[in-house]
Design a protein around this ligand. Structure first.
Ligand SMILES: [Fe+2]
Ligand SMILES: [Fe+2]
Length: 179
């Protein structure tokens, strides 16, 4: 018997990020993420964050990711059961914190785009508005005790944050500093 063959046939373990990406596009059950610790998730999420090269915006993106990690922490705690009073209050505070910081970040980024004369500012603002709209819809569902919405909201923000930063926000930095 050949041991090399045996190890070659063994299915490769998926990285946490692969798993999260699959969950974010609806391929896998988010429940699998619960096996990972919060520190794992935080490290993995931060490793995925691309710095666009504008310090003030990059700092805010890091803060946004911290808010996202807080939401993950709360989400894992209440995944399989109804939250107690304290957890429900924590969820509410976490959602408000994420929302407030996102709105603040969007306002600052929009002012910055206007200040440097970024030509695609209107389209970018529209993307921000669409996101807030989706966020508020899911938040309402969560407040109506639809706890599946907590996962949905986490993955909306997770997926959106990285796609938007890497694709759209990066264009602001390219415009400001084309070299
Ligand atoms: Fe943006
Ligand atoms: Fe941004």
């Amino acid at each position: 018997m050949n041991n090399d063959n045996a190890s070659a046939n063994k299915p490769k373990e998926k990285s946490l990020l692969q798993l999260m990406d699959e969950v974010a596009v609806g391929v896998k059950d988010p429940g699998q993420l619960g096996e990972h610790t919060h520190a794992d998730i935080e490290e993995q999420i931060f490793s995925k964050l691309q710095r666009i090269g504008l310090q003030a915006i990059d700092r805010q993106h890091e803060m946004l990711v911290r808010h996202l990690c807080n939401l993950y922490k709360v989400m894992i705690g209440i995944r399989s059961r109804a939250p107690n009073k304290e957890e429900a209050a924590l969820l509410q505070v976490t959602l408000e914190g994420l929302q407030d910081y996102t709105v603040k970040h969007f306002q600052d980024e929009e002012s910055y785009m206007a200040y440097i004369g970024f030509p695609e500012v209107d389209g970018h603002i529209k993307i921000h508005q669409d996101f807030i709209e989706k966020f508020l819809t899911i938040k309402k569902a969560i407040q109506a005790r639809d706890l599946a919405g907590v996962d949905e909201l986490f993955f909306l923000v997770y997926r959106w944050l990285f796609d938007h930063i890497n694709r759209d926000d990066a264009k602001i930095a390219q415009f400001y500093n084309p070299n």
